[in-house]
Design a protein around this ligand. Structure first.
Ligand SMILES: O=c1ccn([C@@H]2O[C@H](COP(=O)(O)OP(=O)(O)O[C@H]3O[C@H](CO)[C@@H](O)[C@H](O)[C@H]3O)[C@@H](O)[C@H]2O)c(=O)[nH]1
Length: 455
């Protein structure tokens, strides 16, 4: 029998590829066919890192160019977001035409991450197929973007998104209070010109998600109900986790080191600090060393993801003798199977940068947090964790902007020593499970969504 064929196109970054691939796996499980379009650069990384455990072979992984030269830095968001719309729409159109020419199962719908929705919408409209926007951050982040025109009117930001002054903004009661200098486009570093580019890119995204046929969000309104009321037509579909379909998470750019799972098996229940800062965070050498010494000072077991690019020359950056001193209770890996790690009984809490995927993964596993946000939406997510859900703690920085080893030890002891964090985290886990189980909010949306694609 012919299956409805969907084309899924993520924004080319790790934290966007993983959840959209997860959604794709769910669609395949429900009888759809999915062609998943990475950029050439990410496609190669993903294929190189693929493990035998990958169960998503039903998904056809293909790739198109991103418009950048091979040697250019894909972490340069301003450059990437400038290059993509020049080349990717034409390539996408060609790809769909080619699939429709040779395949019996024609493309009926494009699901595009919000970061690619602008040009994906145009291609889908031209080809008269359904168009869906996939929002991979908290709904609150989109609510903030919807509020931009009002903030310009009220003189909170100028028309390039630059905050006029530092002030706290709260969009609704029970939502995070956000420091204007931490708006998602305003805290990325890179200078004013960079910030303006990102701001206008985000403005375009906000307009584009409004014209998609559906706007689905990898969150649940059970987590952030007020935010969902501020964004018209947005629907919960998350948390999209591999455990919901008893599968493995896929789409990694780095090869996972699964030896950490065996190592976790040897640790006491509820004892290990899991330290991971997602795919993008970069830490300077001084802060990296302070973090290492902080973990040492806690005297507790820890599993720390030290991505090869987290700091300049990560292997050389450890404080002298550190690796020997912590060898009996600390494990460092380049990339962990995070979703499996977080569900392991020996994990006590999650020391996280608060990327939205990590936030939902920790919350869905009933874990308290220590929050070390780096940029973008991570400050909003930190505020959900610490101020709204009250399942974690923030760090204070010293006068030079460093989080000291003593501060790390103090906060680790606090989060472990206060059972209320764990109790509230377990409630949050129930909330997450309620959303995705049969008849829950996100489950219902998903079922309606697949009916609509089939219609
Ligand atoms: O060792 C690791 C580290 C991470 N992960 C996975 O990688 C993803 C990381 O995503 P996220 O926690 O959201 O962090 P980033 O990679 O930083 O994600 C980017 O994309 C997110 C979603 O749009 C944003 O919320 C973040 O701010 C942005 O930096 C998660 O699924 C993790 O499970 C692993 O599997 N192993």
């Amino acid at each position: 029998m012919s299956r409805p064929h969907i084309l899924a196109i993520p924004f080319p970054a790790q934290g966007h590829v993983i959840p959209l691939l997860e959604l794709s796996q769910c669609l395949v499980k429900h009888g759809f066919r999915v062609t998943f379009v990475n950029t050439d650069h990410n496609h190669n990384r993903l294929i190189n890192a693929l493990q035998e455990s990958y169960t998503g072979d039903e998904i056809h992984l293909v790739s198109i160019p991103d418009g950048m030269e091979p040697w250019e830095d894909r972490n340069d968001m301003a450059r990437l977001t400038e290059a993509m719309p020049k080349v990717m729409p034409g390539e996408l159109e060609k790809l769909i035409e080619e699939i429709n020419r040779v395949e019996e199962e024609k493309i009926v719908c494009v699901i595009a991450d919000a970061g690619t929705i602008g040009f994906s919408n145009r291609v889908a409209e031209k080809m008269k197929i359904k168009k869906v926007a996939f929002w991979s951050l908290a709904a609150a982040s989109l609510a903030l973007l919807y509020n931009v025109p009002k903030m310009i009117d009220e003189g909170i930001i100028d028309s390039d998104g630059t905050p006029i002054k530092k002030q706290m903004i709260q969009l609704a009661q029970n939502m995070p209070e956000i420091d204007s200098t931490n708006f998602l486009w305003a805290n990325m570093g890179g200078g004013l010109a960079f910030q303006k580019k990102i701001f206008h890119y985000l403005e375009n995204i906000t307009e584009a998600v409004k014209v998609a046929d559906w706007l689905i969000c990898n969150s649940t309104s059970d987590f952030e109900p007020e935010a969902f009321t501020l964004v018209p037509n947005i629907l919960s579909i998350g948390p999209l986790l591999a455990s919901n379909r008893q599968g493995n998470s896929a789409g990694y750019f780095w090869q996972e080191d699964s030896t950490c799972l065996k190592w976790l098996d040897q640790q006491q229940p509820n004892s290990v600090i899991y330290v991971a800062f997602g795919s993008f965070t970069v830490i300077d050498k001084i802060q990296f060393q302070e973090l290492a010494l902080g973990l040492e000072l806690t005297n507790r077991p820890f599993l720390w993801v030290v991505r090869p690019d987290i700091t300049d020359d990560a292997n050389e950056a450890y404080p002298e003798g550190f690796q020997d001193r912590v060898a009996n209770r600390g494990k460092m890996v380049g990339w962990a199977p995070q979703q499996k790690v977080l569900s392991h009984p020996s994990i006590a809490f999650f020391f996280s940068h608060c990327g939205w995927n990590s936030t939902m993964e920790g919350a869905s596993n009933g874990l308290p947090f220590l929050c070390w946000p780096y940029f973008g939406d991570q400050f909003i997510n930190e505020s959900y964790i610490c101020d709204i859900w009250k399942v974690g703690l923030k760090f204070n920085r010293d006068e030079s902007g460093i989080i000291t080893r003593e501060e790390i030890k103090t906060k680790v002891d606090q989060v472990v020593g206060d059972e209320d964090f764990k109790a509230r985290a377990l409630e949050l886990k129930e909330t997450a499970l309620k959303s995705v189980k049969d008849g829950g909010l996100s489950d219902k949306t998903f079922k309606k969504f697949i009916e609509w694609i089939r219609s």
